[in-house]
Design a protein around this ligand. Structure first.
Ligand code: N01
Length: 550
């Protein structure tokens, strides 16, 4: 590596269109753009959609909403936004979230730095001048020193392939690309494939308007009540005045949620005390059970089975038909081994006369026909088929961008056996590619996890700028240590084989653990430690505009 240190912060930027390109105008990318502005980087944000919000721009199916309390999901800076914005419910709906992100970009005049309808189709690193050249689907080309991917961990919809899908003459749609104008489901015969969080939210939202709903379920989930409700004006004021304390709490909890981490183990309590605690969790709001059940609920199989059995009893007590209830109870994984959906009337919907549950383990889909779906038991006719079949999570967006690092190495090939990152923010051999939300760095309440990454990446780029560097690369040994640390934390997720946590939902994808499961406080601590030690594990250099790196 030829490296000479220059004092000019922006010499390289002169030969590039921008110092920084950000990919994605979701919750993470918009925050990164805001931080870029604060530091006066020359920046452009490339967004595939025609509007902002990311997840909350694309997933506009009926009843799409967060299961993080809205006031823990929004931004904590800038302060004016906290003062001005009122959340109307504990868990915000898609329209409210989309409005929130639009207010953010409008208030802070971020829109002028965003290129819409610009899906990144190719991003190639050049050693000459240490530059990324990025091409977008609208035929434009951009060059920049740094390419920051805020492309999301659940942003690439997955469509399973069934024979005959192109022959179906009715309407098909995916929850993650729901049409802007909505879908008229009134009086229609509707099929829904998939019972993850999206399917579980959709079922009760549409059951009363459709003529019939057939739910094709491959694996049931341990869904628990969301217990959403409206926020009164007094509650909003209370939340507003408590923001500083709330933020401190969110910094402390492992998931970046309101919910405190349990400290007691399950069998430290009597049967009666456990039962009372489980009831309390069932009646509580949001993701509480994931964090506040018992400290060993995910690590001790007996503790996990105890809580899972409580949930199974709840399902049996709500769903009147015992056979349907049994089909809705997971048999292959315990609570928390897959990401649990939060529900509002999901199990109750199965008591309606116009719903049918097809267990795909007994009756797999054989093909789509021109008028419906043929499964092993029979053929059913539909007007609409809805895919709620999830995402190519964590790596999908990054491996679809045509990213080529040093020597033209492609990221999708480099990660063919699973992601390899340093701190979840950099990939050895892909200089100046920085990741704000991706594999091995993201966990829990996404905005709280992503802000740790954004703040770190902002500091890293500022460190390079102020030292006259224009090349940042992660050392391979540092990435090896990080990857080992990530996998060490994942050991108790042994029953997650079918989950997007491990790529288990995507045929042919490497089955490797993808989130960062040690919790956000430990993640923040590790990133701070690296920053405080001169960004240990990173290699910095200055590459002159016309000089090749040797
Ligand atoms: O996707 P999923 P999702 N044949 O992967 C099934 C977040 N989110 O969009 O489990 C038949 O969970 C698949 O079956 P199986 C949240 O983090 C949050 O629902 O693989 N079925 C499964 O049932 C969530 O976890 C909210 O056997 C097939 C479903 O499709 C994440 O996004 C709301 C199939 C996919 O479930 C993903 O949720 C929505 C096939 N070939 C989403 N392939 C909030 O509440 C897949 N399936 C905030």
């Amino acid at each position: 590596m030829t490296a000479s240190v220059h004092s000019s912060e922006t010499e390289n930027a002169k030969s590039a269109d921008y110092e920084v390109l950000i990919v994605g105008a979701g919750v993470t990318g918009l925050y990164q753009l805001h931080r870029a502005r604060e530091h006066r980087w020359s920046v452009r944000l490339l967004e595939a959609g025609s509007g902002v919000g990311g997840t909350w721009y694309w997933n506009r199916y009926p009843a799409a909403r967060t299961d993080s309390e809205a006031y823990t999901y929004g931004y904590f800076t800038p302060k004016e936004l906290l003062a001005e914005w009122n959340w109307t419910e504990h868990f915000a709906s898609q329209p409210e979230l989309e409005a929130y992100f639009n207010k953010f970009v409008n208030d802070y005049d971020l829109r002028r730095d965003i290129e819409f309808d610009a899906r990144v189709v190719s991003a190639v690193y050049s050693e000459v001048g240490s530059l990324w050249t990025v091409t977008t689907s609208n035929g434009k080309k951009f060059t920049a020193t740094y390419l920051i991917a805020a492309s999301g961990v659940l942003s690439v919809p997955f469509y399973p392939s069934f024979p005959g899908t192109d022959t179906f003459r009715g309407l098909t749609c995916h929850t993650a690309t729901w049409p802007r104008d909505g879908v008229d489901l009134a009086g229609k015969r509707v099929a829904l494939i998939g019972t993850g969080s999206s399917g579980v939210q959709l079922v009760p939202a549409i059951i009363d308007e459709v003529q019939s709903l057939t739910v094709y379920q491959r694996t049931p989930n341990w869904a628990m009540p969301l217990n959403n409700c409206a926020l009164s004006a007094a509650e909003q004021e209370e939340i507003r005045s408590g923001y500083p304390a709330l933020y401190e709490r969110l910094q402390r909890t492992s998931g970046g949620f309101l919910h405190e981490d349990a400290t007691k183990n399950a069998f430290d309590d009597t049967v009666e005390a456990r039962r009372a605690h489980y009831e309390d969790l069932w009646n509580g709001r949001g993701m509480r059970a994931m964090f506040s059940t018992y400290a060993d609920v995910l690590t001790n199989p007996a503790a996990n089975a105890d809580f899972s059995e409580f949930l199974a009893q709840k399902i049996r007590s709500i769903v009147k038909d015992p056979e349907t209830a049994d089909k809705l109870i997971p048999k292959d994984h315990g609570f928390g081994m897959k990401r649990p959906p939060l529900e509002t009337g999901y199990y109750e919907a199965y008591n309606k006369p116009n719903i049918e549950l097809v267990d795909l383990r007994e009756n797999p889909i054989l093909r789509f026909t021109t008028t419906g779906i043929e499964s092993a038991d029979t053929t059913r006719e539909f007007d609409v088929i809805i895919y709620a079949t999830g995402f190519d999570a964590f790596t999908g967006a990054l491996t679809r961008m045509g990213i080529r690092g040093l020597n033209g190495v492609s990221l999708e090939k480099y990660w063919a056996e699973g992601p390899f990152t340093y701190l979840g923010v950099a990939v050895p051999g892909f200089p100046n590619l920085l990741i704000d939300s991706g594999p091995h760095g993201t966990f829990g309440n996404i905005p709280r996890s992503a802000e740790v990454q954004v703040d770190f990446v902002t500091g890293l780029v500022n460190h390079a700028r102020s030292n006259g560097f224009n090349l940042i690369d992660a050392a391979e040994a540092a990435a090896e240590d990080w990857t080992a640390h990530v996998y060490e934390g994942a050991q108790h997720f042994a029953q997650s084989a079918g989950s997007w946590y491990v790529g288990g939902n995507i045929p042919g994808k490497a089955k490797k653990f993808l989130p960062y499961s040690w919790g956000i406080p430990i993640y923040r601590e590790k990133l701070n430690e690296v920053a405080n030690n001169g960004y240990r594990g990173f290699r910095f250099a200055h590459v002159a505009a016309e000089a090749a790196v040797s």
